[in-house]
Each structure stands twice: as C-alpha cells, then as structure tokens.
Ligand binder design. Structure first.
Ligand code: HEM
Length: 135
C-alpha cells in the first residue's frame, strides 16, 4: 500500500498533535475495544484494566508509540512495525483495535479530524493489521 504526500503529511501531523497524550488516547482506544468486545479483556488478565489505571495508560502508550513510529516510516511499514510474536495476541483482533483508535481520534480532535484526515488514518490503520498479519 502506498501513501500520497498529502496523506503522509496528515498522518504525521496528527501524530505530532497527539504526542503529549499518547497514553490517554491509547487507553481510551482500549477501553472502547473492551466495551465493544468484552472477551478480549482475557488477553490482559495480568493487567488492571480499570479506567485511568497505570497499566492501561502504559499499555495504551506503548501501542500508540508503536503506531507513531510506523507513521514516520510509511514507505516501510513492515520494517517499522513490531513482529506479531512480540505483541502476543491473535492478529485477527488488530483491526478491531484500529477501529477503536479511529473513533477515539475523531471524538478527541473533533473538527480538526477532517474527512481527509479520517480517510488517511483509515488507510494507515487498515494497512497496519494487514502488515502485522502478513509478517
Ligand atoms: C494496531 C494494533 C496493535 C499494535 C501496533 C500493538 C502494539 C503493541 C506493543 C508495541 C506492545 C508492547 C510490546 C512490549 O512491551 O514488548 C504490545 C503488547 C501487547 N499487546 Fe498489542 N498491539 C496492537 C493490538 C493489540 C490487540 C488488538 C490486542 C488484544 C486485544 C493486543 C494485546 C497485547 C498484549 C496482551 C500485550 C502484552 C501486554 C503486557 O503484558 O504488558 N494488542 N502491543
């Protein structure tokens, strides 16, 4: 999958805007994921998943930082993303998290999350699980 210069710019720009809040954004995305898919909580029995918990914030931050790193390497996503074995989860669930991230960004950034931003992020977040599954 390739990205136009405009798509690359808007993906990176959103990463810069969220840089100071990666933990809360990631945590909210996981809370949305668990609300809509409660069975997925069983992957995290060793963590405290309550709202605002340090575990949830730390894990949310790790995932969003991994995506931020990937956003800086849109021409080599495969090289920039971690191997699924390091992620310890059924790859089929990645796209569910991508949906939750998209909704989280839309609600947090409101009008700044323009239709074009949405389409670029949709493409990016669809590419990530595709690559993770194929690795
Ligand atoms: C966009 C998709 C995803 C990305 C980029 C991603 C990224 C990451 C990263 C960077 C880590 C940290 C690895 C480490 O500490 O060495 C991690 C850990 C983990 N991820 Fe994901 N992840 C994704 C989706 C998911 C999904 C959908 C689930 C489960 C529903 C999941 C479950 C886990 C678990 C259980 C861990 C280990 C947590 C711990 O023990 O601290 N991940 N993931």
């Amino acid at each position: 999958m390739s990205f136009s210069d405009a798509e690359k710019a808007i993906i990176v720009s959103m990463c810069e805007k969220m840089a100071s809040q990666v933990e809360v954004i990631g945590a909210e995305a996981f809370e949305r994921l668990f609300m809509t898919n409660p069975l997925l909580k069983s992957n995290f029995n060793h963590l405290d998943l309550s709202h605002g918990s340090p575990d949830l914030l730390k894990h949310g931050g790790k995932v969003m930082n991994a995506l931020g790193n990937a956003a800086g390497h849109l021409d080599d996503l495969s090289g920039a993303l971690p191997a699924p074995s390091e992620l310890r989860v059924d790859p089929g669930n990645f796209s569910l998290l991508s949906n939750s991230i998209l909704v989280t960004l839309a609600t947090r950034f409101g009008p700044e999350f323009t239709p074009f931003t949405q389409s670029a992020w949709d493409k990016f977040l669809a590419a990530v699980p595709e690559i993770l599954v194929s690795k």
